[in-house]
Design a protein around this ligand. Sequence first.
Ligand code: ME8
Length: 504
Amino acid sequence: MKPTYYITTPIYYVNDVPHIGHAYTTLACDVIARFKRLDEYEVFFLTGTDEHGQKVETAAKNNGVNPKEFVDKVSENFKNLLNCMNFSNDSFIRTTEEKHIKSCQKIWDKLINNGNIYLDKYSGWYAVRDEAFFSESEIVDGKAPTGAPVEWVEEPSYFFNLSKWEQKLLQFYESNKDFISPKTRRNEIISFVKSGLKDLSISRTSFSWGVKVPNDKNHIMYVWLDALTNYLSACEYSNEQDDKVFKKFWPADIHMVGKDIIRFHAVYWPAFLMAADLPLPKKVYAHGWWTNEGNKISKSLGNVIDPFELVNKYGIDQIRYFLLREVPFGNDGDFSNSQLINRINSDLANSYGNLFQRVVSIIFKNCKEIIPLKPNKFDQEDLTLINSIKNNLDDYRNLIDEQKFDQYLKNIWIVISNANKYIDEQAPWALKKNNFERMEVVLFTLVETIRQISILLQPFVPHTAEKILDHIKIPHDQRKLKSVDFILNGNIEISLPTPLFPRI
Ligand code: ME8
């Protein structure tokens, strides 16, 4: 039986259109999901939309439609982003779906039956933009610490006894060192929990766009309890008849989020799960924040980066590569058009694209359009190149497990650059006249190296890697990670390729 791997993105609020930040998180998950599939895991890759709460209700009102009509429409924009970026999610959850509503009510019942929910009254600050409660001491110049405007809320509310879970959470972080990644986030969360947790208001009565609290018509669930539960709903937590899927995939291997929502995922979520007697996810990874040419990305500044436009202008694989290569994952990054163009021209067109183009053209011209047969004997420099990926597969596995995408790509680009140097040094065009056999060994070595590189690049630049592997006629069942270990047979007829990455 294959090992399983469950990976999730945040579910995005449908108050607005998708932007580059949403595309970035889902892209990181897509790369991991694709890599794990290549490594023969059974993957469940989930994304979706967060459709309840005051923020969405207000957005619907501002658009003059009822919330259901509004969420149906905006949720489509997020679905369209999947195609646009070539994402390979296995499921798309919407929090207005029946099975999700049932899940929320099931976890609520579990929490209340376990004695972790009580009825009281909330009075304090609430920021609709963050959908979060803030204590008096957190308010800075009349605003939430995130800069969001706050309003005073006073209403009856159910509370979750978060304070009771403080020590258990700290123990859990202590015995699961990778649960919160990267390390800086872990430290931040531990000191937040150590500073003392207050019980959490988990229902609202002043508006109605949410999941109804079981047995109390006046309350709807706090949107974050509702939203976090999506990770259970999608793997059939509420399916009482059949728990196979839930047993197979829960707990999730990784919840990928932005650093803005780490507290909800690394504090509230594990506390809810412990209180409901459910197993905890293995990892929460909070990545950094993109700015646009130095400025915070925001609708009011009019500088939102539209992923649909970028892909139309530069190409899907180009954008996928740039986003994960340019900034070490976990760090904040600044989006700049000139950097994007540099990366496309230097890394993709001049290095990877050119390597493939040169090798195939030389074979086309000098070997009667046929990739030479596997030679019986290699020189040391041929083997060094051929083994540079093959001998390091576990390093690539680790880099994906540690979410070090830029390092993974840097390592591959070292091989690409070595392969380009090897062509110059071996000069196969010169060998043609005096050592035809050696020329064939050199060209074979290069195609074999391109094969391995392209297998490993499939998760990042799926269209391009597919084009190359198709071009050198690698069968689909030989494109797995373990296929890197085979060696090409050669004797394959090829045509002249068109450039993979047009220079900009
Ligand atoms: O918070 N840079 O949804 P949301 C990088 N519904 N990533 C960014 C980004 C930026 N400038 N802007 C957004 C919510 N993101 C809740 C989540 S989960 C149970 C509920 C990404 O639409 C990043 O992943 O505000 C961030 O955490 C997420 O979008 C916030 O999306």
